[in-house]
Design a protein around this ligand. Sequence first.
Ligand code: ISL
Length: 574
Amino acid sequence: MSDKWWQSAVVYQVYPRSFADSDGDGIGDLRGVIEHLDYLHELGVDVVWLSPIYASPHDDNGYDISDYRAIDPLFGTFDDFDELLAGLHDRGMKLVMDLVVNHTSDEHPWFVESASSTDNPKRDWYWWRPARDGARPGEQGAEPNNWGSFFSGPAWQLDPQTGEYYLHLFSRKQPDLNWENPEVRDAVYEMMNWWLDRGVDGFRMDVINFISKVTSLPDGVVPEGALYGDAYPYFAQGPRIHEFLHEMHERVFAGREDRYLTVGEMPGVDIEQARRFTDPRNGELDMVFQFEHVDLDHGPGGKWDHRPLTVLDLKRNLSLWQEGLADLGWNSLYWNNHDQPRVVSRFGDDGENRIPSAKALGTVLHLMRGTPYVYQGEELGMTNVPFASIDGFRDIESLNHYAEAVDILGASADEVLAALRRTSRDNARTPMQWTSGPHAGFTAGTPWIAVNPNATEINAEAEVRDPDSVFAHYRALIDLRHRSEVVATGDYALVLPEHPQVFAYTRGLGDRSLLVLANLSGEPAAFDAGQLPGWAVAGGGGAGIEPELANLGPATEALRGSLRPWEAVVYSRG
Ligand code: ISL
């Protein structure tokens, strides 16, 4: 058996604002989640990761928290929360909370106090700095350094009351906490223990690799054509990051870590660092979310600068992570979350091959070694959204980028819109498509963001009863992980490494093995079946071996070296 319960588990991410609205205000809520627990149970997932439900002014949809120990009334009450937790536990599922402690809201009482005067006892809970030498606060370029915010503009905001600036890597309503201050760390650990005592089963930790900064906050090198310096070297994997995460582990999880799941969201993390974060001997985290595979289609200009993905790049990268964390540590596996465009539109084909391509992508991801994460609607093959104009977008990152690119840098509005349609986080945030009825069955009111018009065809009601749906395929993949120790813990080996269309690998454990073959292209693929170690049957290739799973029906020539467009086939032995 797997050593750890989460090695054979599948996690499902709920973005509550967009999942299901029970009270008709157009915004999803906790009762909406409660009403769909049987759906999640039917899909077979083991864990729900709930994006933030805490009190918040919602500048960044709840990733700006003003009270870590309160449920936002938009989402419900503690009674609702307790009912949700019990409903999950009754069905054998667990609940992982989002932990957003790189920053708070500027409306959090800690920040309000901190901002109130330069000698307030909480002044040092955040990163306050005077204007640059010789500059007057507020004048152009007076910010303490040249860092930019992830959401456009400088990473500094002047507070006129004290004449100093505070650091915000994200929106100006998300001031960064100063983890150098032990009182901050105490307050965070105490809050985490409070949630664990309430019965939650772990945390997904938002940008947790940003909590330790180089305290001199030096200027970054300004890349060609950029407005701001590259500050990654000064806030990502900072000098005390391992110390802080180990301390958190000791103060919150030590002695009971086997009950919990911890996953750190870590933009920019590499394999070496991920090994250190997830090596159980170090007592830091169970697993991390890395970003390399979802950055492969970014050009030199970053996320808004698209370049096409190649299957070769994708499988090389994911294989490096499989191999890099094979002997220690653990991978988390994901295509989607609330910050990423929909995978079927991005790496698949959201036109006529939507269903087979969604299944093929799901197959490739779910049968690797690691813990898979499904983002709401991914199991239906939900797609990107054809937003007609900037008015359709709601996401602060998208809106700020549009304003900066069009109004300040003079880019063409059409081009910026095209980039937003492709890459905006709002692609993931339109309402969950439950039915073909009004507002996709998400709300009886007016949804806070438009429903994708394709809900009439793509919806849970239709898919749950259809044995050939994307939903049915995801359910089968999840079931296979639960049934098969090979899937949960077997070794990974890439096969056909140089094939430009086919992503193929084996998993092995003792004398049991699994072969995954997927054509991630819209053209037929041919390959040398002799390169499938031990699988090609002499004199005819695989005749008589029935696939464990297949996305285009059982009749397949896969073991003879031929895959149809987007065909994915899985064989198991032993
Ligand atoms: O989507 C991104 C912007 O391009 C990512 O860089 C994202 O901001 C980054 O992955 C951190 O994301 C997390 O923290 C943010 C929040 O807006 C995201 O929703 C969250 O997942 C700040 O809390």
